[in-house]
Design a protein around this ligand. Sequence first.
Ligand code: RB5
Length: 149
Amino acid sequence: MTKVAFASDHAGYGLKNFLKEYIKEKGFEPVDFGTDSEESCDYPDYAHPAATAVESGECEFGIAMCGTGNGIAMTLNKHQGIRAALCWAPELAELAKQHNNANILVLPARFVSKEEAIKIVDAYLDSKFEGGRHERRIAKIPVAGCGCK
Ligand code: RB5
């Protein structure tokens, strides 16, 4: 079964649990890297292990959230093999897959409803990377691939 890495802080905890159930119904296996309660915590503690699981291939892709989505996306994107995309509308999730081959979908938990979150996740799951010119561009995202000295 395809494994999906999940990570959130306290602000995303409720939405994470909801989406773990949804993803199970879609035939995926959620792997939860925390947090495991609504007690205030620090999102990097959960983002880094989830990013490592996606980078290593243990998980095929990831879904992550914090209040705004910004802090957890910033943390995930410190990993050179991660392309985490903050998406608050289905069209953004679609393009994040089509153009950026995003391997972690990030949601702003305090700014999307559960119904909106499902539409965003569906848009991400139902889209395919288009390759071509986008392949060349995403190859330049890692620091080692940018040609800078
Ligand atoms: C937590 O209050 C909040 O700062 C966090 O969830 C996130 O929005 C940070 O980027």
